[in-house]
Structures are given as C-alpha cells and as structure tokens.
Design a protein around this ligand. Structure first.
Ligand SMILES: [Zn+2]
Length: 261
C-alpha cells in the first residue's frame, strides 16, 4: 500500500492510500490535488474518510462525488452534507482487505473521529496509520473549538498507547511552529532540538515533516508529556492550578493560544 501526502491550500495535506488500483482519501478539503493524482497515477477513488466538519477538510466532497466509486464515511455528529455512512467508536471499515477502525476523538470539535489502519489482515508488516485530522499534530494538538480540554486530552492519551511505529498522519504542516512552543515548554529536552533540526532540513527541501510517529511524539510533543517534571513546572508558571495531567494539559493548550511563534 502506498501513502501519499497531497499538499492543499498553504499547509494542509490530503492523505491518500492506494494499492496501485484503488485509492482512499482522507479529508479532501480541495478536490483538485485528488483529481490530479487519480488521473496521474491511474487510480480509482474507492472511499473517502472525513474526520470533522471544518471546510478545509470537507470542501472538496461535492466535486469528488462524480468520481467516487464507493462511499463517504464521516462522524455521526456535525451535520456534514455528503456523508453516506455515519461512523463512530467500535465501527470498522474494510478497504481492500485492510481494517480501518474508527475512534471517537472529540476535543478540537465535538464531532471529530479518527481512523486507524492496520495491515495485519493482509499479512503485511507495514506500520499502522493513524489519520487523526486536527486532533494530534506533530509536536502539537488542535485548538479547542466546540469540544472540551478533557475530551482532547482523552483522545491524545488514547493515541499515546498505540504502537510506537504508528504513522501519525495529521492534516496540517504546523510542525516547526509547534516545536518552537515545545522548546519554550521544555528547554532542556534534547529530542525537541534534534527533531527541529530534522524538520527544518525537510522544509528547506520543500518536503513534508509528516507523517510523524507515535514514538517521536512521545519524545517531543508537550501535550503527550504532561507528567514530565519540566512540562508540569512550565504549565504551573502559566496558570495550571495543580500538577494533574489534565490541569497541565489545559494550561499548555491555553498558553499556546497566545504564544507568538
Ligand atoms: Zn479543524
């Protein structure tokens, strides 16, 4: 299976998974890059997965519909037009023999779902793929719109327990800005400096810093490190009422909203 990150707008990626014949896309905010790739690679669009209702994730649905030989899957809430199958926790989708599990991951919005693709069913040792929309970013996490900090924290905690080699396929190229914040939170974390150097090189070459992996995120992402002493200390200097992981997480998320990168 091939994984492609199709650039869209200024900092979005539309993820495409294909086997050389059939393709699945995630969060097509814009139809053009998808249509161009389908044509260029000679692929048939077999499924669309939507994580949440924001326009930069669903804006291409109408134009893709005539090209789709399959279904559009999306969250049960959110009233997104153009969803054929409303999915949530406990549901799984079959794509070319692959198992795609749906997880409810509200927090960024109340209607957000994520998709976890596993390859064991086709006897491949390819690492799992996590399509997490605007929930987890590399070195960061989504803003809270109509979800809650508790919900977002729960979603991120659930991701943390995935195998370390799971590929984190999020929607936005925010990694360098997020790493500047991560460095402010944990100035002594060398893994952040190393990852920043790697990502700077990639961006200078016009390449994506994504997908990341769960093990990288556990090392550099402050929102997955709310029990680390330096993270707790920094959060308490920025309004955390106590040292519980949720209080630390909530303070970090609020601090980031006003952090100048
Ligand atoms: Zn969003």
């Amino acid at each position: 299976m091939n994984l492609l990150a199709l650039p869209a707008f200024t900092d979005n990626y539309i993820w495409m998974l294909h086997d050389g014949h059939k393709a699945l896309v995630v969060d097509p905010g814009d139809a053009s890059p998808v249509l161009e790739t389908l044509q260029h690679e000679g692929l048939e669009l077999a499924a669309i997965l939507v994580t949440h209702r924001h326009l930069d994730h669903v804006g291409g649905l109408d134009r893709l519909r005539p090209h789709l030989r399959g279904l559009v899957y999306g969250p049960a809430m959110g009233h997104i037009s153009g969803i054929d199958v409303r999915v949530g926790d406990g549901v799984y989708i079959d794509f070319q023999g692959l198992r795609v599990d749906v997880w409810d991951t509200p927090g960024h919005t109340a209607d957000h779902v994520s998709y976890l693709v596993r390859f064991d069913a086709i006897k491949s040792d390819q690492p799992p793929l996590l399509f997490c929309g605007d929930t987890l970013f590399s070195a960061g996490c989504g803003r809270i719109y109509d979800g809650t900090a508790q919900q977002l924290f729960s979603a991120l905690t659930r991701f943390s327990a995935l195998p370390g080699n799971t590929a984190v396929c999020c929607t936005h190229e925010y990694t360098l800005a997020n790493l500047r914040f991560a460095r402010a939170v944990e100035p002594d974390n060398n893994a952040i400096a190393v990852h920043e150097q790697t990502c700077r090189k990639l961006r200078a070459q016009g390449q994506a810093t994504l997908p990341s992996t769960i093990s990288t995120e556990l090392a550099v992402n402050p929102y997955l490190r709310c029990d680390q002493p330096q993270v707790v200390h920094s959060a308490q200097q920025h309004g955390a009422l106590d040292s519980t992981a949720l209080a630390v997480f909530t303070a970090l998320r609020q601090w980031k909203d006003s952090f100048q990168t």
